[in-house]
Write a protein that binds this ligand. Structure first.
Ligand SMILES: [Zn+2]
Length: 114
């Protein structure tokens, strides 16, 4: 009889709190995810959707999973360190002085020209 399943709830990305289960449109299930900072995120999914095993915490960006007592380790803090190290590497003292000299030289050159 019903050959097409065209009428399915395809609304995705609604707010976690805004919609309560009213049972009108597609049934949804709310899943709690926890990140290693203890943030709880509760996205809702269509009942027939696959619940992902991990979820990015919208507050701190760390990976979160559904196991409150055993959240995934915070691997993603590394970019902070590596970025800082990167900046430090690039700006060693001698480099900084060289850049400063260069800038001063340009300034002097400009002043001399005008
Ligand atoms: Zn978090």
């Amino acid at each position: 009889m019903a050959t097409g399943n065209a009428i399915r709830g395809t609304r995705v990305g609604s707010g976690p709190m805004g919609e309560s289960e009213r049972g009108e449109s597609a049934a949804r299930t709310v899943v709690s995810f926890w990140c290693s900072n203890g943030h709880e995120t509760r996205p809702s999914f269509a009942v027939d959707a696959d619940i992902p095993s991990s979820w990015d915490c919208p507050r701190c960006g760390l990976p979160a999973n559904t196991d409150e007592k055993n959240p995934p380790p915070a691997k993603r803090t590394e970019p902070y360190k590596t970025h800082l190290a990167y900046v430090k590497e690039r700006r060693s003292d001698s480099d900084g002085e060289a850049l400063l000299d260069e800038a001063l030289a340009k300034l002097r050159a400009r002043r001399g020209e005008s």
